[in-house]
Ligand binder design. Structure first.
Ligand code: FES
Length: 85
């Protein structure tokens, strides 16, 4: 199984926009992902300045940006990468 890295921005903008709730993904991943998915909290990824702050919270999954991130969107991205897309 591929290694998948999920970086959840906990910078001020993303925090205000709800990134903390996304940290719950640790408890929500299915068993098959427990070994292969690494969850990291990061400081500001810079996207709140490069892109629109309204798109926060931002998460990176294996380098792919997930704007307006939610548990559902991040989980879908993990599934997509796992399927090889
Ligand atoms: S605070 Fe999240 S990208 Fe800047």
């Amino acid at each position: 199984m591929k290694k998948i890295t999920v970086e959840i921005c906990t910078g001020t903008t993303c925090h205000v926009m709800g990134s903390e709730a996304i940290m719950e993904i640790r408890n929500m991943l299915s068993e098959r992902y427990k070994e292969s998915v690494e969850i990291k909290a990061t400081s500001c990824l810079g996207f709140c300045r490069e892109r629109q702050a309204g798109e926060a919270p931002f998460v990176k999954v294996n380098g792919r940006i997930v704007p307006e991130a939610s548990l559902l969107k991040v989980t879908q991205m993990i599934d997509e990468i796992e399927r090889g897309n």
